[in-house]
Design a binder for this molecule. Structure first.
Ligand SMILES: Cc1ncc(COP(=O)(O)O)c(C=O)c1O
Length: 440
């Protein structure tokens, strides 16, 4: 066991849940073996606490580091902000510059507010929508963070959110009084949405959804929701925390020509520095004048400085073209290796949010196969998982080298399935797929 796993064992006794983010729990990847902590990260290279180096062909800081780790231009902007003082009695001018840039990218929007995490920004958007409409209920599609307004959806039978990306989210501590205030509908299911709208339409403050996630949006579905929100007088919120800056510079909704009333950004807008924004129409945004939405750390300087540098570089280098190309190549690579080795897989996702799953043929648990893949790739020097979020730092040579190891690993797994030796080959427990209590 390396130093990382030793440290994680200590962490689990001191920090409930081990980490601050479910998606960074080592159990989600490779229980007992995942390096767990990094000492340094640069480009697509990551060094663990034992000095071992890995190439990150997985999720790049849970999608935050779209330019690559420790990008020199963004880091230089952050250093300048540090040198000039990151906090002050006065405000930092970068806030205004960034607002102008975000509104230039999203011409339908008129005003901007900031936070530092995605969940916070989504909570701001919900507060604005409730304030603007004087209504309480929210229609939800997708994952939008940890706050009470969202987890309230699971106050019913506890499973309403299971089909919305993260299964098993427990609403312990969320006031029972919120039961019935958050109602879910599945992406692309117009009938479900219409039923929800017919029953609750007149009390809906907001409809919040990711415009696209697993695949390109269904334009009819998006347009239908836009029209219905208008008809009901509900605020349409696009959560662009993951989809933003993935397929174009700004929200993915720009590609579809469907405009929300509010859009929420975080993660890749600042290449890993804490920053989040809500952009939107004036009449909804101005609710922030009469509802108290305010926090000291939303005024620090590094976030907006990093976001400005990230977005400017993104534009200058046409990062969208690069990551779409790399992501598409990865999808072809998986398909081709499946053909070459006989390992049955499914590939899906937008090119920049790609994923694959090894089919659980011959009674094999797909989660066990996924765990074995991560284990074997780790032994070959890769942080590799069932998802790939390409960054600007990923280059052809990374794909070419990954291909060699991935081919070997696919062939080994195929053989293990045939010989029924998958369980024997696993050196630790099978990975977790959703939220669950950890044993220390
Ligand atoms: C679509 C979406 N909304 C909200 C969030 C929550 O953002 P954060 O983890 O920054 O609070 C995420 C994070 O994965 C997300 O993907």
């Amino acid at each position: 066991m390396g130093k990382g796993q030793e440290l994680y064992k200590r962490a689990k006794k001191l920090i409930p849940g081990g980490t601050q983010l479910l998606s960074k729990r080592p159990e989600m990847f490779l229980p007992d073996q995942w390096p767990a902590y990094y000492s340094r990260a640069k480009g697509v290279q990551v060094w663990d606490l034992d000095g071992r180096s890995y190439t990150d062909m997985s999720i790049m800081g849970v999608g935050a580091c779209i330019l690559g780790y420790a990008d020199p231009d963004v880091d230089a902007a952050a250093h300048r902000a540090i040198d000039c003082g990151t906090q002050c009695t006065l405000n930092c001018p970068e806030e205004v510059e960034l607002a102008e840039l975000l509104l230039e990218l999203h011409p339908w929007a008129e005003m901007v507010r900031y936070a530092r995490t995605g969940g916070e920004a989504a909570a701001i958007a919900i507060r604005l929508a409730r304030g603007a409409t004087g209504r309480d209920k929210v229609a939800i599609c997708g994952y939008h963070g940890w706050h009470d307004w969202y987890l309230a959806a699971n106050l019913g039978d506890g499973s309403a959110l299971d089909a919305q990306l993260l299964p098993g989210l427990e609403p312990a501590g969320v006031p029972r009084a919120l039961r019935g205030s958050a109602l879910t509908f599945p992406y692309g299911d117009r009938e479900s949405f219409e039923r929800l709208a017919a029953e609750h339409g007149q009390s809906l403050a907001a409809i919040i959804m990711e415009p696209a996630r697993g695949h390109e949006a269904s334009l009819d579905f998006l347009k239908g929701i836009r029209a219905k929100a208008q008809q009901l007088g509900a605020v349409l919120i696009f959560d662009e925390i993951t989809s933003g800056f993935r397929m174009c510079c700004g929200g993915i909704h720009l590609r579809y020509g469907v405009e929300p009333d509010l859009a929420v950004f975080a993660k890749s807008m600042s290449n890993g520095y804490p920053m989040a924004a809500v952009v939107g129409r004036r009449e909804v945004m101005e609710v922030a004048q009469r509802s108290f939405i305010s926090s000291t750390n939303w005024t620090e300087r590094i976030g907006p400085a990093a976001a400005l540098a990230t977005i400017r570089k993104y534009r200058r280098c046409q990062v969208d073209e690069h990551i779409i190309h790399i992501g598409s190549q990865m999808q072809s690579l998986w398909w081709n290796l499946s053909d070459e080795t006989g390992l049955a897989i499914r590939v899906g996702g937008l090119p920049t949010l790609s994923h694959f799953e090894i089919k659980g043929v011959e009674g094999n648990d797909p989660l066990a196969l996924r765990t074995l893949f991560t284990q074997l790739m780790l032994e070959r020097g890769y942080l590799a998982w069932c998802q790939f979020k390409p960054s600007y730092a990923h280059r052809q040579e990374h794909l070419a080298a990954y291909r060699i190891s991935c081919r070997e690993v696919f062939a080994i797994i195929h053989r293990a399935i045939e010989q029924r030796t998958v369980a024997k080959m696993l050196k630790g427990p099978i990975s977790h797929a959703g939220f669950r209590r950890l044993v220390s």
